[in-house]
Design a protein around this ligand. Structure first.
Ligand code: GLP
Length: 256
């Protein structure tokens, strides 16, 4: 794992955007896994400003609420089009977001997995992290080898996301999410976390034991996982001095 710590969210976002931009320039047909939530918003603004060529890029989103129509203002479908896709030249046919109104959810999930395989797998998956350590919507105790499927949100996640819905009672209880096994097959993982409220989940993920109780801890098993953190999100890491030192002393050929 590479733990990149920057003083501010803006700084960490620029590093993440540079990593994605460099991949897209090297591989114009890159397959990107994308995330929602407040964390990647600044990343998407930065990527839009970079005026990259998205015409041959394929995207797969991590998750979606079950029961929300696509056009619902809080659907992740709406989120992605409003905050990224409509500002870049991505081809609509190359955009994949789980369908929260699928009638046969297991069948839809199997098809989503197949679409990822057919696209040649995900080159780089962007991730946020929940305050409980979830990635995508893989809540604590999710199988570490899980595939795309339906999950039930924890009360913690419902409370965390109630700010978007104007009350916890309006947050759907069920979601479709790529599994941890699906996420782990991406060739690169890039997890972003900002702010002190993520500090505990980040410390457990990076330095704690690997376990389903903190799904993000599974990233320890990935050969190319990066965390892009601001100082507050890194504040509970015991070895932060080492991570900073490693990043500052990277040989030129290793720099993005
Ligand atoms: C959301 C998403 C996750 C996201 C996490 C953190 O509900 N399903 O993909 O990483 O929870 O959200 P935020 O970035 O708003 O803190």
């Amino acid at each position: 794992m590479e733990i990149i710590i920057q003083p501010t969210q803006a700084g960490a976002t620029i590093v993440a955007a540079r990593i994605i931009g460099s991949l897209m320039r090297k591989n114009p047909r890159a397959v990107l896994g994308l995330a929602t939530g407040s964390t990647p918003l600044s990343l998407y603004r930065e990527l839009i400003a970079m005026k990259l060529n998205w015409s041959q890029v394929t995207t797969f989103n991590l998750d979606e609420y079950v029961g929300l129509p696509r056009e619902h203002e809080q659907s992740y479908h709406t989120f992605m089009w409003d905050n990224l896709f409509k500002h870049v030249n991505v081809a609509k046919k190359n955009v994949h977001i789980p369908d929260g109104s699928a009638r046969d959810i297991p069948k839809f999930c199997a098809k989503y997995e197949q679409q990822i395989r057919d696209a040649g797998g995900i080159d780089l998956q962007v991730l946020g992290i929940g305050t409980d350590g979830h990635i995508g919507f893989n809540e604590p105790t999710s199988s570490l080898v899980s595939r795309t499927r339906i999950k039930t949100l924890t009360r913690q996640t419902i409370a965390d996301n109630s700010r978007f819905f104007g009350g916890a009672h309006k947050v759907p209880h069920h979601v479709i999410t790529m599994g941890i096994g699906t996420i782990m097959e991406a060739r690169q993982l890039l997890l972003l976390a900002f702010g002190e409220k993520k500090a505990r989940a980040v410390a457990e993920a990076v330095e704690g034991p690997i376990g389903a109780i903190n799904p993000a801890s599974m990233l320890q098993m990935h050969p190319a996982a990066r965390f892009c953190l601001d100082d507050p999100a890194a504040s509970q890491l015991r070895h932060s001095d080492y991570y900073r030192w490693v990043y500052e002393n990277k040989p030129d050929w290793q720099k993005v």
